[in-house]
Design a protein around this ligand. Structure first.
Ligand code: SF4
Length: 392
């Protein structure tokens, strides 16, 4: 039997490179952006972005994730969550350039799902995702070795959240698993349990636990957390054998900030408020909320909510602020669940100067910050994505 070594914790090798002008090949972000960016104080930025986009015409298609800044969303041809945007890009084969205003793993997924003739551009290469960074290819390969040694790899099906690097998606495809989004996580897990006895859920432990326990009736004891910084994941062979869900120890730094205290505080402050949170929040927050759902679900719920209703939303602040403004006119009160400001710092890396630089470079015939997944990785990652598309 393998024994756990709880005190032998290794520090994470990944530094947060929020300023972006640095290089970290071990991370999916933090790679230097070449070229001179326009100054953020340039009063002509909006006009320059408009002119460059007009000059490119149908050759460019700009995608804007829901968590992007307003100044960037203004130039998006389409907005949505990461999966919807990747599909929108694939549905526009005539667009030579896909400018992805989002984060690195999303641009990778767009590259995987679009044709070889289309080039995907991320305006700032430092726009990564801390959650995706929490599962590297080496760590996940080591985890699979641990499962193999414990004699459970043969009955374990990997299910990876869309918010993961192309390498992790490829690992998933290679081992017969599927990708999921926050909208279809339950269907993905049900499918996986038809193929095997256990699921290795990567990289967001909260989405995995919330789906298994809240939506599928498992108990918290059915889930164990694999910590990549501990030998053997910090788990014994017996724990791995007994578990139904092996959750990777990753989380979203934005949604992980909401707490039970935030829920209590907003209920006191706004009597009658409906608390609506994203399933990347901790289990205790999800359990205390009135409604839980993906970004698209949150938008739809507010759209359908009656006038006079009050909502506290637990997701990224750029989106909540836009929704609050939009629905104020319909007499729906929408507030942010936490009192402290909670932007996704890497999403916010994409700003108007970076967008102008990317569009003007393309208009001048220079493809900058291209995101390209190598053919081998793409092949297996696509297999995992296609399994998701085929889910009932
Ligand atoms: S909101 Fe969370 S999961 Fe989404 S990009 Fe930011 S850190 Fe990653």
């Amino acid at each position: 039997m393998t024994t756990a070594h709880p005190l032998d914790v290794q520090p994470t090798p990944l530094a947060l490179l929020l300023l972006g002008r640095q290089s970290d090949p071990a991370s999916e972000r933090g790679v230097d952006c070449p070229g001179d960016l326009p100054s953020p104080s340039d009063p002509d930025l909006v006009a320059r972005a408009r002119a460059a986009k007009e000059a490119l015409g149908d050759r460019v298609f700009v995608l804007g994730h829901h968590y992007q800044r307003d100044e960037v969303i203004e130039f998006a041809d389409v907005t949505g969550d990461s999966f919807k945007l990747a599909r929108d890009a694939a549905a526009r084969p005539e667009a030579e350039f896909i400018v992805f205003c989002g984060v690195h793993f999303m641009a990778e997924s767009a590259d995987i799902l679009t044709t070889d003739a289309q080039q995907v551009v991320l305006p700032d290469l430092a726009a990564g995702c801390s959650m995706a960074d929490m599962a590297t290819a080496e760590q996940v390969a080591e985890c699979w070795d641990v499962l193999t040694e414990a004699g459970v790899a043969g009955t374990t099906v990997p299910v990876s959240y869309m918010n993961s690097s192309a390498d992790i998606k490829a690992f998933t495809g290679r081992h017969g698993g599927t990708i999921c989004t926050s909208s279809n996580a339950r269907r993905a897990l049900e499918w996986a349990f038809e193929q095997g006895e256990k699921v290795l859920f990567l990289p967001d432990q909260h989405l995995g636990r919330n789906t298994a326990v809240r939506d599928m009736g498992m108990t918290p004891e059915d889930c164990v957390v694999y910590n990549p910084h501990k030998p053997g994941g910090g788990l014994t062979t017996q724990q791995l054998r007994d578990a139904r869900m092996i959750l990777w120890r990753g989380h979203c730094s934005v949604h992980g900030r909401f707490s039970l205290e935030s829920v209590r505080e907003v209920r006191e402050r706004i009597p009658g408020v409906n608390v609506l949170v994203h399933p990347e929040c901790k289990h205790e927050v999800v359990a205390a909320a009135d409604h839980v759902g993906s970004t698209e679900h949150i938008i739809r719920t507010l759209e359908e909510a009656p006038a006079g209703s009050k909502w506290a939303i637990g997701t990224e602040l750029n989106l909540v602020r836009r929704l609050a403004l939009r629905y104020a006119a319909q007499d729906k009160e929408v507030v942010f669940l936490d009192r402290t400001v909670c932007f996704c710092s890497t999403m916010n890396r994409i700003d108007l100067p970076h967008l102008v630089w990317a569009l003007e470079s393309l208009a001048a015939g220079r493809v900058v910050n291209r995101i390209q997944v190598d053919p081998e990785t793409e092949r297996y990652a696509r297999a995992a994505l296609e399994r998701m598309l085929a889910l009932p």
